[in-house]
Each structure stands twice: as structure tokens, then as C-alpha cells.
Design a protein around this ligand. Structure first.
Ligand code: SF4
Length: 289
């Protein structure tokens, strides 16, 4: 049986940088707080927690004094930085430069317009850490839309400036743009910014090609990963014999019966070592069969 790991799957540069920063700090200090899970992959979070990285929520963050806290690639709203300043928290900022740039552009769009005339709209997942950081750039005023049904939150007689969470699908973003164009009273009042990260979007043709080559595919990804969901959905359109694995314990070995080629791929938050462990597990099973 041929088992192939997709060479294009695995951490994007934003996640690599955040993990490198955490490991560098852990090698000096032995332990470090991280606001939220450093990556949407519980196996990688566990690996780093064994090295001393402690994930905390915002409530715990607010109660800390004079500690060091890492901010992950998703970014944070300005209120997090203010709180850190007040409480003597040293921030190790691992916000991805792509997210940082998007935060700056949303802030600029917000500050350069009159909120009574212009609506800042973000296509993204309500409550997602990155989206919370983006909404924070607008004093909490931005309208978040998750899908076409949410367009009724927008007043189409006013100006609209649309942005996107970095990990959303380009296809869905384009559908939203088309619908807003249809509904807006004056098309001059609509400005849209495709702010989708190409680290995710550019992987789609490559991963589609990869899954089309294999009879059976295991897609390794955390269940909370947004880009994992986008990539998995695209793969499933091409190969219906694809299975999501977030923990090696979930592997159903009976799926291998009668199969000649197996592909292993994953999201931008999937560690390479986890895909390699999955491959080894399959190989051990086949050897002992
Ligand atoms: S997917 Fe893109 S925006 Fe998100 S962390 Fe990776 S490089 Fe940064």
C-alpha cells in the first residue's frame, strides 16, 4: 500500500513563528502563559504544555499581575494590550503579520469614516479570536456576518466597508460581495477588501490535486480550526472517501481494507509530526496484519 503525506500541508508561517517564539521563551524561562490555545490543534497544545506553556482564558489573563504572556497568531483587540499595561504584564506578541496588517486597515477605515454614515462589516465567525481582535479595532462597532442570512444586519442605504477574516473561503466571500452589490442603494457606497490569507487559499488547488490521487484520505486537523474546515470542505468535494482525524485514537483501521493508496493531509494548524505519527500507526498496523 502506498501512503503519502501531502508536502504542502502543515503549519503556515504565522503559526511557525508563534510556536518558535513560545519555544524560545520556554527554553529560557521554563514556563509561559499563552492567551488562548496557541494553535487549534489539541495534540500540539499538549506537546507544548509538557514543555511549560500554559493556555489561559481572558478571565485568568485579567487577574494576572507582572507576568509574561504570549499572544498567539490570531491577534487581540486593543483592550488586551491596555489591560497588560495596567497590570504589568509583559506581552510576547506573536500576532501574525497578515492579521496585524488587517487590524491596521480596519482601524484606518474606522477612524477615517463617520460611524453614523459608514458601517464596517467583517465576514467571519462570531466569537472567533481573530474576529474579536478585528472588531476591537472599531470600538466594538463592526458588524460581523457569518453568511448570506446575516446580510439583514446591514443598512443598505448607508456606506459599507467590507473586510474578511483571514481564513474564510474566497468563493463565499465573493458571493457576499455580489449580494451586497445587488442590495446597496448606491454602488459608490460599497468598498470591499479581500483580506483572505493566501496561505490558506493558495493551498486549495494543491490539496485538491493531492486528494484526487488517493483512494482514501485522512485529513488531520483540530475540530476548532477555521482553515481546517475550509480545506476539508474543498477536499470532500473531490474525494468523498476523506475522514477527519483530530486525535490518532479516532483512526478507524477497518477503512484501510481493500485500499491501495492512502493520502494524509491537513490544515495550516496541523503539525507535520502528527501526520507522520499517523503514517507510522498505519504502517505498524499493516506490518502486523
Ligand atoms: S493562515 Fe495566514 S493569517 Fe492565519 S496565521 Fe497563517 S499566515 Fe497568518
Amino acid at each position: 500500500m502506498e501512503i503519502e503525506i501531502d508536502s504542502n500541508s502543515g503549519f503556515c508561517f504565522g503559526v511557525v513563528t508563534a510556536i518558535n517564539k513560545a519555544e524560545e521563551e520556554l527554553s529560557k524561562e521554563g514556563n509561559l502563559f499563552c492567551l488562548g490555545d496557541i494553535v487549534h490543534n489539541s495534540m500540539e497544545v499538549e506537546r507544548l504544555s509538557r514543555k511549560g506553556l500554559v493556555s489561559i482564558d481572558h478571565e485568568r489573563f485579567f487577574s494576572l499581575r507582572n507576568e509574561k504572556v504570549l499572544l498567539r497568531a490570531h491577534g487581540e483587540p486593543p483592550s488586551t494590550y491596555e489591560m497588560a499595561r495596567k497590570n504589568g504584564i509583559e506581552i510576547i506578541d506573536a500576532t501574525c503579520p497578515v492579521v496585524l496588517n488587517l487590524q491596521k486597515n480596519i482601524k484606518k477605515a474606522y477612524l477615517n469614516s463617520d460611524p453614523s454614515e459608514t458601517q464596517i462589516v467583517i465576514y467571519g465567525k462570531i466569537g472567533h479570536a481573530e474576529v474579536n481582535g478585528l472588531v476591537g479595532q472599531t470600538d466594538g462597532r463592526a458588524i460581523v456576518i457569518e453568511n448570506l442570512n446575516d446580510l439583514n444586519k446591514i443598512d443598505f442605504t448607508k456606506k459599507v466597508k467590507l473586510f474578511s477574516q483571514t481564513t474564510k473561503s474566497i468563493e463565499n466571500f465573493n458571493q457576499i460581495v455580489a449580494k451586497i452589490k445587488e442590495k446597496i442603494t448606491n454602488c459608490k457606497n460599497f468598498e470591499f477588501n479581500d483580506t483572505i490569507c493566501r496561505q490558506v487559499a493558495n493551498r486549495i488547488p494543491k490539496i485538491i490535486n493531492f486528494v484526487s490521487k488517493h483512494e482514501l484520505v485522512f485529513f488531520v486537523s483540530g475540530k476548532k480550526s477555521s482553515n481546517g474546515k475550509v480545506l476539508f470542505d474543498e477536499c470532500r468535494k473531490i474525494n468523498s472517501n476523506i475522514h477527519l482525524i483530530s486525535d490518532l485514537e479516532e483512526l478507524d483501521l477497518s477503512l484501510l481494507d481493500g485500499v491501495n493508496t492512502v493520502g494524509i493531509c491537513g490544515a495550516t494548524s496541523t503539525p507535520k509530526w502528527l501526520m507522520e505519527e499517523l503514517k507510522s500507526k498505519i504502517e505498524r498496523y499493516l506490518e502486523n496484519k
